[in-house]
Ligand binder design. Structure first.
Ligand code: ATP
Ligand code: MG
Length: 421
């Protein structure tokens, strides 16, 4: 293998092609299609933003901001960051475009995200997410709706059964402040066993420690007081209404009292769809309510709730890969037929068929290539066929052959039109 840098991709990036790309596309397209049905319109935002957009929204002690961002200074001297996630970008766009005049805004996105992480299966440095955001709805019904829409997408992909929805409430600001006190009291007693990162978090954002992946931290966390016991009445009632609506939507979940989200801006509902089929990378879709975010970014005080899902992880989970479209191969025999084949290929493509026409080669070679491409049919035409206005149609799976009049060809091939996504 070449060690030349120009011949290999950057670590943690990946070329997509063939079956892998079809899996990927299926996840993105299904996400878009189902989100649209739930009333979520697609938005495309830039893949880079001013660094402050992420630094301010994600919090300066989050793993993403401290370790994972691709940040650079551009030629104009501005600090720019490749987006590590898209909630901040979508909220920034909602502010920029003045969409807060017309709420709620229900938005879907799909696209690449960038994080400097240790690459492994299901963990890349350039990966893709689909996600939805419902901005401007304070009602618990909104939390339930975004979760149910997510579950619907997973169901449509055939992976819902492979996942568990874990659900928790982080409560409102008052509840979290109360809990924070109890948590800090507990953690102070276990300082010696906490990681350096968590000691820093203990000063700045102790709740974040609950999300730590460090083994020593995890052992301490196992004995920590539960958030649930510190929720005030308003937070409890909010969560109860989320649960009621979820039950209405037919969504099943498991309460996980230790689930917190890694980001500063979350309030109330936090959730994650996890799977045990992807090894250590178990989270496929994760989100929650982020009521303070739009204001943090300099917009009005507008609440929000949403989720993001890892497209590569979902693609790995798909029970089967979508099949490649099977082309119709045209096999001309002789010069006159070569010319006619161009006309025929063009006409069939306009009718919606996938058509393969090789640039050169003997009929035998062309048939071999057709076979390799998984062609369903070969249409051959030589002098005699031209003269009689017919083509020879060969079904490549069975070897069955028939002669079809050119005038009947459209009707004969109609059932074979495949929609390509
Ligand atoms: P993890 O705990 O796996 O690091 P996270 O909490 O950092 O995930 P989120 O920021 O919630 O992830 O992103 C939502 C989803 O995006 C994750 O559930 C996962 O499916 C996917 N995802 C996150 N980081 C990566 C990555 N580096 N490569 C591939 N997919 C990712
Ligand atoms: Mg992560």
């Amino acid at each position: 293998m070449s060690t030349d840098r120009t011949a290999r991709p950057v670590r943690g990036t990946h070329d997509l092609l063939g079956e892998e790309l079809r899996r990927h596309r299926k996840v993105a397209e299904t996400g878009r299609r189902i989100a649209l049905r739930w009333g979520y319109e697609e938005i495309v935002t830039p893949i880079f933003e001013h660094t402050e957009v992420f630094a301010r929204s994600l919090g300066d002690v989050s793993d993403i901001v401290t370790k994972e961002m691709y940040t650079f200074t551009d030629r104009g001297g501005d600090s720019i960051t490749l987006r590590p996630e898209n909630t901040a970008g979508v909220c920034r766009a909602v502010i920029t475009l003045g969409l807060t005049q017309n709420l709620p805004q229900k938005l879907f996105y799909y696209g690449p995200m960038f994080r400097y992480e240790r690459p492994q299966k299901g963990r890349l440095r350039q990966f893709h997410q689909i996600g939805i955001e419902c901005i401007g709805a304070p009602e618990p019904l909104a939390d339930a709706e975004v979760i149910a829409a997510g579950a619907h997408i997973l169901e449509e992909l055939g992976v819902l059964e492979a996942t568990t929805l874990e659900l928790n409430s982080l409560g409102d600001a008052e509840s979290r402040a109360r809990y924070r006190e109890a948590l800090v009291r507990y953690l102070e007693g276990h300082r010696a066993r906490l990681s350096a990162d968590s000691l820093l978090r203990l000063e700045r954002n102790p709740l974040r420690i609950l999300d730590s992946k460090d083994e020593g931290d995890r052992a301490v966390i196992a004995g920590a007081p539960l958030l649930e016991e510190h929720l005030n009445e308003a937070s409890r009632s909010f969560f109860a209404r989320v649960e009621e609506a979820l039950a209405r939507f037919g969504v099943r979940w498991k309460r996980n009292p230790r689930l917190v989200r890694g980001l500063d801006y979350y309030t109330h509902t936090a959730f994650e769809f996890t799977t045990d089929r992807l090894g250590a990378q178990g989270a496929v879709m994760a989100g929650g309510r982020y009521d303070g975010l739009v204001r943090t970014l300099g917009g009005p005080d507008v609440p929000g709730v949403g989720w993001a899902a890892g497209v590569e992880r979902l693609a790995l989970l798909l029970p089967e890969a979508p099949p490649a479209p099977r082309p119709i191969a045209i096999v001309p025999i002789g010069e006159a037929a070569e010319a006619e084949a161009l006309t025929l290929a063009c006409a069939l493509r306009r009718e919606g068929h996938v058509v393969e026409l090789a640039f050169k080669g003997r009929p035998g070679q062309r048939l071999k290539r057709a076979d390799r491409l998984g062609a369903r049919l070969a249409l051959s035409l030589g002098e005699s066929e031209l003269a009689r206005g017919v083509v020879r149609l060969r079904e490549l799976d069975t070897g069955r052959e028939e002669e079809v009049a050119r005038t009947d060809l459209t009707a004969r091939l109609l059932p074979l039109i495949v929609t390509i996504s």
